[in-house]
Design a protein around this ligand. Sequence first.
Ligand code: PLP
Length: 341
Amino acid sequence: MVEKNLDFRSDTVTRPSPEMREASYNAKLGDDVYQDDPTVIELERVGAEVLGKEACLFVTSGTQGNAVAILAHTNRGDEIILEERSHIYVNEVGGLAVMGQLMSRTVKGVNGHMDPEDIRKAVRIENIHFPPTTLLCVENTHNSAGGIALTVPQMKSYWDVAKENNLGVHLDGARVFNAAVALGVDVKEITQYADTVQICLSKGLAAPVGSLVVGPKDIIDKARKYRKMLGGGMRQAGIIAAPGIIAVTKMVDRLAEDHANAKVLAEGLTKLGIKVVNEVQTNMVYVDFSSIGWTAEDWNKACTEMGWKSRGRGTGTRLVTHYGIEEEDINSFLENLAKRV
Ligand SMILES: Cc1ncc(COP(=O)(O)O)c(C=O)c1O
């Protein structure tokens, strides 16, 4: 039985499945700082295999995973290139400036996609006045662009420019499995065009905690040391790694249900006159409810009264579908909303 979770705020709200809870309870444990927790070792083995990389590191969160990967790629004073609305640039507390003393150079994307020519232009030439550009960061799916899945050829186009200029490529793949499912490709087709990848276990894949960082062994070894520096060395972490194994091995295919539900939701909202502002490709629907004359207060009140959590701000909000929301829930949400608009 899937526990209902009528909460549109994010897919981070997902709660572990009964099988995940059982797996935590029964997990074999060790001390992961000594690298002898068998469940973490197994999660890292599976993670590397599924994502097609040599090595893997279990970290506490997506933010920590991006940070340790980027720190492992760079040196103090380097410049890195990011899409201007990327999560790393906008929503990770400026950590790279603080921890890595890195310069950020942003490139404007269209629907999350950067023009490879713009990336090329952003790379610094060798000059005594300039910091060296050493890393390109890519986000797939792109969250603030509306959960857009960047295609395999797009990924390749970034990779080609990066490699022509000797840059590393880090993929913030918090939701890269959503991208793979939406594009109908094996996730490795996407991840082959990044040196390192961060994936979140605790979003649509429904594990309670954690992310994985994968990449070449030398970079992951460095990332492991940075994780320790940041206080992310965990001990009997098998308790939280066990659900992660289920996340990557059993929860990926069901993301298609979330995508289908997002489409049903978007169509229903459009019929009610509520403007959907993104192209719905994965599990996110961005709406502008000012199209029916509603304020954020009106939206939030209506959702609360209907038993849903949603966080309207200004003239709109983001609605995210995930484990714990089924098609019948979307239909009943739309029916109830129809009575109020
Ligand atoms: C694209 C993207 N990257 C990274 C993160 C950070 O993950 P966490 O909240 O686990 O730190 C998020 C979180 O929403 C995200 O959407």
